[in-house]
Design a protein around this ligand. Structure first.
Ligand code: TYD
Length: 229
């Protein structure tokens, strides 16, 4: 009970110190090889071409500190225990959120992020079987209580995901099929949330891109994002 109230009160103090976030925050999610990065880049290029103030980021990464953490997380020669892995993802997230994401959202810009905290729920929660309530709490802290406005989840099965990977597998990609099946299930269960749009990642790039851009353009208009200028 006491812990609950401490958490509740610290949440209130964070929220009361928050600047207004009028921007638009869009995230792209799914298992490795699902095609999300291609779609994130396409959405970014279109909005940029149209003159909107937009940045494209990726997680883990996006700042000097977060990129260093990324190197550790993806190093196939390191044996990282699940709790340490979780905290490293959250540390990288706190840094990119404070340094890159919030300043753009506070100045009415658009952030497109290739993965964000739903990946932690799917990979560390469903994949590594860590406690989801605890992950949700860490996600709130590391995101400074920021929630994406729209999240696209690209759903593909393990075989499709494998067939699209051509490089030497990194530490996460080395995981077995059962791990990725759990992660995929996690993403699909998350897709029950209103902000999340589940797409069939097996569809061709252009069809998917049309679906994504229709939603994105509606959201840009809805948020009244002004052209950069
Ligand atoms: P990356 O090479 O960026 O993969 P992808 O191109 O598929 O996004 O590596 C990021 C890896 O980190 C990927 O396997 C997913 C994993 N990950 C987590 O396990 N938890 C997280 O919170 C995040 C953001 C990523």
């Amino acid at each position: 009970m006491a812990a609950f109230f401490c958490g509740y009160l610290s949440g209130i103090s964070v929220l009361s110190n928050m600047k207004k976030r009028n921007g638009l925050f869009i995230t792209f999610e799914g298992i490795d090889g699902c095609g999300k990065s291609t779609q994130a880049k396409k959405a970014f290029s279109l909005l940029k071409k149209e003159g909107y103030p937009v940045v494209l980021l990726r997680e883990p990464g996006g700042t000097p500190v977060s990129e260093k953490i990324r190197k550790i997380l993806l190093d196939r020669n390191l044996d990282i225990n699940p709790e340490a892995e979780l905290l490293l993802y959250e540390a990288a997230r706190a840094q990119i959120t404070a340094k890159k994401i919030l300043p753009v959202l506070e100045s009415n810009g658009i952030v497109i992020c290739d993965r964000y905290y739903d990946s932690t729920i799917a990979y560390q929660g469903y994949g590594r079987k860590l406690d989801i309530n605890f992950i949700n709490r860490l996600n709130r802290v590391a995101s400074y209580y920021t929630t994406p406005d729209i999240t696209f989840v690209f759903d593909v099965n393990y075989q499709t995901s494998l067939s699209r990977r051509n490089k030497t597998p990194d530490r996460l990609e080395k995981e077995k099929q059962a791990f990725f099946n759990r992660v995929r299930k996690g993403f699909k269960e998350l897709a029950g949330k209103r902000r999340i749009i589940l797409l069939n990642g097996k569809k061709d790039i252009e069809t998917l891109s049309e679906q994504v851009l229709t939603v994105v353009q509606k959201a840009v208009a809805g948020k009244k994002i002004k052209l950069a200028g």
